[in-house]
Design a protein around this ligand. Structure first.
Ligand code: AMP
Ligand code: ZN
Length: 482
C-alpha cells in the first residue's frame, strides 16, 4: 500500500517492522463529553485504514487509549483538566463521567460500523508505565524537575518540529494567544511529563510517584500505552491533524529519547471536519453528535458514506445539504443493489479477481475511499451476472463497512411486504401487510369522514409512536415503518 506519511511529507510504500504484521496505535477520545461527528470522521477513516490493511493480508494489532486523566483544557500544559471540568459540569465524579462517555463513544462507533480496537486502554490504568518512562528520561538527562513538576527538556533534541516546517514563533507555546508561559520551563517547547502542582489544586485523580503525589501529563499516556502493548517499534500512529502538534511531536520526543532509537515509522493524520464557521470542536460552536443525526432522521451509515466520499487528507465541510446529498446517493446505491437477484448464477472467478485487484490497487493509493465507493458502481455496471456482483460488493464492503448487503436485503424484504388492502368505500390502504395497522389507518379514515379530527390525530400519533408514518395518497393512504 502507498500511504502519505506526515513524518516524511510524502506518499510512501507502507512497510512494517515485522513483515506481515502491523502494530497500529490510535489516539482515543477524551471522555469528558460526547464525541462530535468531526472526531468520528477521524475514527471512520482510521477504521477503513485498519480494515484495508487486514483485507490486504496484514495481521493488524491495534491499540487505542481512552484519555480519562491529564488532558488539560489547553494543549500547552496549562489550564484545567478537561475531565474535571466535565465532572463539575454534570455534578458527577471523574470516573463516572469517564465511564459514561466511554460507553457513549463505543455506542456511536457501533452505529457507524467502526470496529473496536484489539486493545482499549484507559489512561488511568497505566500509571506505573508512565512513571517508568519519566524515571528513564530523568536518568538519561532528557527531563528535569522544576516547581514540583517533571518537564521534558526539548533543548536535548536535535530536531523538535517533526511534522511541519512550522514557523517556530507561531507555534511557540508561550506566545500562543491566551496561554501564559509556565515560569518553570527552561525552554519554550518543554512540556510536563508529570504534574504535582497545577493551578488547579483540586485535581480529582492523583497517584504516588517518586516526585510526589500527582498525575501524568497528556502526551506521556500515548507513549506509555503504545510501548506497553505495541512494543518498541510502532508501524502506524493515527490521529486527527490537530494532534500532530504538540501532542504527537511530544510523543516522538519522549518515546525516542527514552528508547534510544527511532520509534514510529508512519504517521497518519486525518484532516478536519469543518462547519461553515471553522473546525468543529468539543468546546465551541455547533456540536453535532450521532444521536442528533438520528433524532433528525438520518441513518448514521449515511454519515459514514458522506465521509468516505472524500479524501482523508482534505478538510471536509459539513452542511445539512451536503449530508442530504450523501443520503440520496447512499439510498440510491442500496436500491440498485436491492434490485440484483441473489442466487442468479455462479460467481465468475475471473471477473471477481479482476475487480478485486482493481479495488485493492485503488484503495491502496493513499486510502482513496471515494474510488472505493466508485468501485461499487463499477461492479453494478460490470458485464457479469448478479451472483458475481453481489459477491464483489460484499467483499469490498468488508473494508468500507456500509452494510450494503444487509440494507439491500432489508429493502427487498420491505418491498416484498408492501401489500394493498382494499376497503368497501374504494379507500385503499397500502402497507407492509400488517392487518392490525391497516385497521388503524382505516379507523383514522373513518374518524376523518365523521369529522372527528381529534380521534384521527390521536390515531396518527399512536402510529407515529410505533414508528409508523402514514402518507395520504390519492384515494387512500400508505404506511411504512421509518
Ligand atoms: P479528542 O476527544 O478531543 O481527544 O479528539 C479525538 C480525535 O478527534 C483526535 O484524533 C482529534 O485529532 C480528532 N478531531 C478533533 N476535532 C476534529 C475535527 N473537527 N475533525 C476531525 N477530527 C477531529
Ligand atoms: Zn495520543
Amino acid at each position: 500500500m502507498y500511504l502519505y506519511n506526515s513524518a516524511t511529507h510524502q506518499k510512501e510504500e507502507f512497510k512494517t517492522h515485522t513483515p506481515g504484521r502491523v502494530e497500529m496505535y490510535t489516539c482515543g477520545p477524551t471522555v469528558y463529553h460526547y464525541a462530535h461527528i468531526g472526531n468520528l470522521r477521524s475514527y471512520i477513516m482510521e477504521d477503513v485504514l485498519e480494515k484495508y490493511l487486514r483485507y490486504a493480508g496484514y495481521d493488524v494489532h491495534r491499540v487505542m487509549n481512552i484519555t480519562d486523566v491529564g488532558h488539560l483544557t489547553s494543549d500547552a500544559d496549562e489550564g484545567e483538566d478537561k475531565m474535571l471540568k466535565g465532572a463539575r459540569r454534570e455534578h458527577k465524579t471523574v470516573l463516572e463521567i469517564a465511564q459514561f462517555y466511554t460507553d457513549a463513544f463505543f455506542e456511536d462507533c457501533r452505529k457507524l460500523n467502526i470496529k473496536r480496537p484489539d486493545v482499549v486502554q484507559p489512561a488511568t490504568g497505566c500509571i506505573d508505565e508512565y512513571i517508568q518512562i519519566v524515571s528513564g528520561l530523568l536518568e538519561k538527562g532528557y527531563a528535569y524537575q522544576a516547581g514540583g513538576n517533571v518537564y521534558f527538556d526539548s533543548s536535548k533534541l536535535d530536531r523538535y518540529y517533526v511534522f511541519n516546517d512550522h514557523d517556530e514563533e507561531d507555534l511557540a507555546v508561550g506566545v500562543r494567544e491566551g496561554v501564559e508561559e509556565d515560569p518553570n520551563k527552561r525552554n519554550k517547547n518543554d512540556f510536563v511529563l508529570w504534574f504535582t502542582k497545577s493551578k488547579f489544586e483540586d485535581q480529582a485523580l492523583k497517584w504516588d510517584s517518586p516526585w510526589g503525589v500527582g498525575y501524568p501529563g497528556w502526551h506521556i499516556e500515548c507513549s506509555g500505552i503504545s510501548l506497553k502493548y505495541n512494543g518498541e517499534y510502532l508501524d502506524l500512529h493515527c490521529g486527527g491533524i490537530d494532534n500532530a502538534f504538540p501532542h504527537h511531536t511530544n510523543e516522538i520526543a519522549q518515546s525516542e529519547s527514552y528508547l534510544g532509537h527511532p520509534w514510529c515509522s508512519h504517521w497518519f493524520h486525518v484532516h478536519h471536519l469543518n462547519t461553515s464557521d471553522g473546525k468543529m470542536s468539543k468546546s465551541k460552536g455547533e456540536f453535532l453528535t450521532v444521536s442528533l443525526l438520528e433524532e433528525k432522521g438520518y441513518d448514521p451509515l449515511a454519515y459514514r458514506y458522506f465521509c468516505l466520499q472524500s479524501h482523508y487528507r482534505k478538510a471536509l465541510v459539513f452542511t445539512w445539504e451536503n449530508l442530504d446529498n450523501a443520503v440520496a446517493a447512499y439510498n440510491k446505491l442500496v436500491a440498485r443493489i436491492a434490485a440484483l437477484k441473489p442466487g442468479d448464477g455462479d460467481v465468475d472467478q475471473a471477473v471477481f479477481d479482476a475487480y478485486k485487484a482493481k479495488f485493492l490497487q485503488q484503495m491502496g493509493n493513499d486510502l482513496n475511499t471515494s474510488m472505493g465507493v466508485t468501485a461499487i458502481f463499477d461492479v453494478l455496471k460490470a458485464k457479469t451476472n448478479d451472483a458475481t456482483r453481489l459477491a464483489l460488493i460484499g467483499d469490498f464492503d468488508s473494508v468500507l463497512s456500509l452494510s450494503l448487503l444487509e440494507k439491500a436485503a432489508a429493502k427487498r424484504e420491505s418491498d416484498a411486504k408492501a401489500q394493498t388492502t382494499q376497503t368497501e368505500g374504494g379507500y385503499t390502504v397500502t402497507g407492509e401487510g400488517d392487518p392490525a395497522i391497516d385497521a388503524l389507518v382505516l379507523a383514522r379514515y373513518e374518524a376523518k369522514k365523521a369529522k372527528n379530527f381529534a380521534e384521527a390525530d390521536r390515531i396518527r400519533d399512536e402510529l407515529k409512536q410505533q414508528g409508523i408514518e402514514i402518507i395520504d395518497t390519492k384515494g387512500g393512504a400508505s404506511w411504512k415503518r421509518v
